[in-house]
Ligand binder design. Structure first.
Ligand SMILES: *Cc1c(COP(=O)(O)O)cnc(C)c1O
Length: 421
């Protein structure tokens, strides 16, 4: 099946007389005939359903669809993108471990890695996305357990060199985790370039309609957890009477461990109803992504011509710093454009307030055009140095192109640009 078809059919194929649309199983729990039956499920929770804190049939149908789109062996949905990034790391790193992340990442993820995980005793070592192989290698420590990057960084819009980072991670015996939120599996399939784990904020393009927050972790099944660095995967888990994830589950070790340990204990699992809504977004993801790319390309070229704009950052523009990487990894530039208004922070705010069609909101990748000022909103908590490292300037505007007629989006931009003088 092609992606357009997978978006509609993967994860749920009804049998004779079953509902055409994936049903919402609105139940916290599942019934068994005997105590022995329930006991057997506790010994191996992958065999059947126990409790909707960590598995539910509606959510699992959507997990299968996303795993199929990414080309992975399994997926686990989470109640937010933040929960997905948190669990993707905690499934590998414990207190006393470190991991490497590029600094061009989403502000919320940056804070999670730099501040909150530090309190858990997990150190994040930041490297620049364009650092040399030698500089990246020098960042590794004996306790380093993973490498992390974003396919298209939010909001810096640098493209992550997945294959290069995968090679360096693998040389050091650790997996590469890629946040594929902005590209979606329609524009990039990170597993094809050597990534081992993919995470998403499904709140963005996957949902697409800004109706519910969610996340997902996808496992490629390709990483060898038996290289001596990951005893948590190979040794017996005392909470499951001596089960070893790699021995019992082979290629599914990572994603089942995430569900059986972390989701069981933390419980950041989406409700069945949220998964149902996410599925409605996924059904049109492939056709929507094509239109986002087309509209954003037109807008980026328009902005490039304005003398009020210092710089337009959009990976699909020929002169963009990431264009060569974009051509290698992506099928399109996606729908988000960052640009720097001449005159800095105050002029940027004035411009934003003059927009009418584009709404000022803390969101991105909505079906409607929306706009955000990172320096005073999402990245407010960062120091000036951290802002610079994350690729953000005071005059930077993050413009998320929606699916309105592109002529209407351009007219709105024209009006707001003339308002700044
Ligand atoms: C929004 C976002 C997140 C966080 O996801 P939430 O669903 O808001 O928790 C993580 N990564 C990227 C790239 C994002 O854009």
């Amino acid at each position: 099946m092609r992606d357009e078809t997978k978006c509609l059919h993967a994860g749920y194929q009804p049998k004779n007389s079953e509902p055409r649309v994936v049903p919402i199983v609105q139940s916290t729990t599942y019934v068994y005939d005997s105590t022995d039956d329930v006991a057997a499920v506790f010994d191996d929770p992958t065999k059947s359903l126990i409790y909707s804190r960590f598995a539910n049939p509606t959510v699992m149908a959507i997990e299968d669809k996303i795993a199929t789109l990414e080309g992975g062996v399994g997926a686990m949905c989470t109640s937010s993108g933040q929960a997905a990034s948190l669990m993707a790391i905690l499934n590998i790193c414990s207190c006393g471990d470190s991991f490497i992340s590029v600094s061009q990442i989403y502000g919320g993820t940056f804070n999670l890695f730099a501040v909150t995980l530090k309190k858990f005793g997990i150190e994040c070592i930041f490297v620049d996305s364009f650092a040399s192989d030698e500089e990246i290698q020098a960042a590794f420590k004996p306790n380093t357990k993973a490498v992390f990057g974003e396919t298209i960084a939010n909001p810096a819009l640098t493209v992550f060199d997945i294959e290069r980072f995968a090679n360096i991670a693998h040389k050091n015996g650790v997996p590469l985790i890629v946040d594929n939120t902005f590209a979606t599996p329609i524009l990039c399939k990170p597993f094809a370039f050597g990534a081992d784990i993919v995470v998403h904020s499904t709140s963005k393009y996957m949902d697409g309609h800004a109706v519910q927050v969610g996340g997902v972790i996808v496992d490629s099944g390709n990483f060898n957890w038996e290289n001596g660095k990951f005893p948590d995967f190979t040794e017996l888990d005392e909470s499951y009477h001596g089960l070893s994830y790699t021995k019992s589950y082979g290629k599914m070790a990572y994603i089942l461990k995430a569900r059986m340990q972390l989701m069981r204990d933390f419980g950041a699992y989406p409700a069945a109803n949220s998964a149902f809504l996410l599925n409605l977004g996924l059904e049109t993801l492939a056709i929507r992504m094509k239109q986002y790319c087309e509209n954003a390309c037109t807008v980026a070229k328009y902005l490039q011509k304005s003398d009020k704009i210092e710089q337009v950052i959009y990976p699909w523009l020929e002169n963009d710093k990431s264009n060569a990487l974009a051509k290698k990894y992506l099928k399109g530039g996606s729908g988000v454009i960052s640009f720097i208004i001449k005159g800095g922070r105050n002029t940027a705010v004035k411009f934003m307030d003059a927009l009418e069609l584009a709404s000022n909101e803390v969101h991105v990748a909505d079906i409607r055009t929306c706009v955000l000022h990172p320096a005073s909103e999402t990245h407010r908590q960062l120091t000036d140095e951290q802002l610079k490292a994350a690729g953000i300037n005071g005059g930077m505007v993050r413009f998320s192109v929606g699916l309105e007629a592109v002529e209407d989006i351009l007219a709105d931009l024209e009006k707001a640009l003339s308002a700044i003088e």
